[in-house]
Ligand binder design. Structure first.
Ligand code: ADP
Length: 197
């Protein structure tokens, strides 16, 4: 099963992806996590990506497509994966179709987590508080200025993907304003439908 999760920063994609990993044994591929690992390891990609990530902008399509292309070729992805944070631009979505097509496969579902934009900033602020309370390290881009840039990047570059996938008849949506469990149940229902189709 190959799934794409769409939705703005703070929509809960990561939380839901984690749940799908536990429940359905899928692998989560978060380009944000992969890029943060590259930054921490100071790889050439990490060194290139760091500044733009810190300010909340998007890393270049070329870099991100390269990372995803390498990752989905690894053996643990053979049975499927959940992409969280990729694609984020139409060019990335087209590249993904091409990459999967070359392997003779395609996406099974694109699920958008739909939320009211007004709650996103407070969700980010809560995440910061919880992380600090747990003694963890707060993400460099979890501050109001970078968050505003991330939302703007989402609006202008990523939101058009809903239309892109809807036109292809592939878009499913869940209501991300509900509880984590309720959102999860909506996801499960979609997955059951996809498996049965
Ligand atoms: P969010 O919580 O905002 O969804 P992520 O953890 O997915 O954040 O990503 C953090 C940052 O990593 C983004 O703001 C961006 O700089 C970079 N990034 C992650 N995925 C992509 C992508 N597909 N294309 C371009 N940049 C990306």
């Amino acid at each position: 099963m190959k799934i794409v999760l769409l939705g703005p920063p703070g929509a809960g994609k990561g939380t839901q992806a984690q749940r799908l990993v536990e429940k359905h044994g899928l692998i989560q591929l978060s380009t944000g996590d992969m890029l943060r690992a590259a930054v921490a390891a100071e790889t050439p990609v990490g060194l290139q990506a760091k500044a733009v990530m810190d300010t909340g902008g998007l890393v270049s399509d070329e870099i991100v497509i390269g990372i995803v292309s390498d990752r989905i070729d690894e053996p643990d992805c053979a049975n499927g994966f959940i992409l969280d944070g990729f694609p984020r631009t139409v060019a990335q979505a087209e590249a993904l179709d091409r990459l999967l097509g070359e392997k003779g496969t395609s996406l099974d579902a694109v699920i958008e987590v739909v939320v009211d934009e007004g709650i996103l900033v407070s969700r980010m602020e809560n995440r910061v508080k919880e992380t600090l309370a747990a003694g963890g390290q707060v993400r460099k881009d979890d501050n109001s200025e970078a968050f505003r840039t991330r939302l703007e990047a989402y609006r202008t570059q990523t939101a058009p993907l809903s239309d892109f996938y809807a036109k292809l008849g592939r878009l499913k949506t869940v209501d991300g304003m509900q509880s984590i469990d309720d959102v999860g149940r909506q996801m499960d229902a979609i997955i059951t439908q996809v498996v049965a189709a």
